[in-house]
Design a protein around this ligand. Structure first.
Ligand SMILES: NC(=O)c1ccc[n+]([C@@H]2O[C@H](COP(=O)([O-])OP(=O)(O)OC[C@H]3O[C@@H](n4cnc5c(N)ncnc54)[C@H](O)[C@@H]3O)[C@@H](O)[C@H]2O)c1
Length: 319
């Protein structure tokens, strides 16, 4: 089965970016949401992604020239032109227009009939997912793969809602999908080998703005792989802040300059959202029934105070 058209359900933070990634890879994409407002929000986010990537691509040569001149080398106009020519990006306005044309926005699930792969990226709520999965079961013919992007719900439970459970799988992207290459591929107890292999091979052939997409196979366990390591690490940073082991800035600096992290754990919590971080921690604590996953009280206080990070303008830091 060759994948040519891809359906994405939910035009939110993840869905819009996944739709863009697939169109960037040359696929026709059908993006569905519940109302025009949400669909337009998704369209605007895709516009933003494309404009920011254009700006980034066009700015590369000027940054290189600046870097060389900072080293004390005076470049001639000719040399600068040569650098601009060499680093000329293939990501142009024409390419952006082509990508934009591949994304079709709709409020109708019927559009999904044309698709060989559908990625569900709606609200993280089992009832919402159930309704979508059942609806798609009534439309699809059992050849397409239905993949959920859920961060925490059971893929085996969700697969039971689908008329063709052997064609159901979980593809867990990282935010933002158009630059972060990892996708955790999680099969349910019902997923067929064929579905798993087709999914792995499809994702292995994708690329994003930085390079190849990296699918990895992960067993169905709460938090999968990345969140099970990353979120408890963020949680520990909140414990340490609460114990006044160091200031927030110093905790972040320590992990950046001592552990090579591009962003400190508290900065990361503000970016991901303190509510999301707390919810994941709570799920890990409940599911594993292990005290090592106990959510920090300070993390909970930030969440209760509505200081959720960048999205509310205030979290550990102010924005
Ligand atoms: N945000 C992240 O960092 C992140 C990372 C990995 C996975 N996820 C998962 O991805 C999924 C989506 O998360 P998000 O952050 O993009 O959420 P979001 O709230 O930004 O977007 C969800 C979108 O789904 C739409 N929607 C809801 N019900 C629908 C329906 N019945 N049909 C069509 N569209 C519907 C909503 O209108 C909204 O636009 C969740 O399952 C979440 O756990 C999120």
């Amino acid at each position: 089965m060759e994948i040519k058209e891809i359906g994405v359900v939910g035009a939110g933070t993840m869905g819009a970016s996944i739709a863009y990634l697939m169109a960037f890879n040359g696929y026709e994409v059908h993006l569905v949401d519940i109302n025009d407002e949400m669909l337009n929000r998704g369209k605007m986010n895709i516009e933003k992604i494309m404009q920011s990537q254009l700006k980034f691509s066009n700015g590369r040569s000027e940054k290189e020239i600046e870097k060389i001149e900072k080293l004390g080398v005076k470049l001639t106009d000719e040399q600068k032109e040569q650098i601009r020519k060499t680093l000329k990006s293939s990501y142009t306005d024409e390419v952006v227009n082509l990508i934009a044309k591949r994304i079709h926005y709709s409020l109708k699930y019927d559009e999904m009939k044309k698709c060989q792969l559908i990625i569900e990226a709606a609200f993280e709520n089992i009832d919402v997912k159930k309704e979508i999965i059942q609806k798609l079961g009534g439309i699809m013919d059992g050849k397409a793969i239905l993949a959920s992007n859920s961060s925490s719900l059971s893929v085996t439970q969700m697969s039971k809602f689908y008329r063709y459970p052997e064609r159901f799988i979980l593809t867990h992207f990282f935010n933002p999908p158009y630059t972060l290459p990892l996708v955790e591929i999680v099969r349910s107890m019902e997923t067929s080998d064929e579905t798993f292999e087709q999914t792995m091979s499809f994702f292995s052939a994708l690329k994003n703005h930085r390079g190849p997409v990296k699918p990895i196979s992960v067993k169905e366990v709460p938090g999968f792989l990345v969140n099970r390591i990353l979120v408890p690490m963020i949680n520990e940073a909140f414990f340490m802040l609460d114990e006044r082991v160091a200031s927030a800035r110093d905790i972040d600096s320590a992990m950046k300059y001592g552990a090579g992290m591009p962003m400190g754990p508290l900065e990361l919590a503000d970016m991901v959202g303190i509510d999301v971080t707390y919810d994941v921690m709570k799920i890990l604590y409940e599911e594993y029934a292990d005290p090592k996953f106990r959510p920090s009280n300070l993390l909970k206080m930030y969440r209760n105070a509505g200081k959720l990070g960048r999205k509310t303008g205030k979290g550990v830091y102010s924005y």
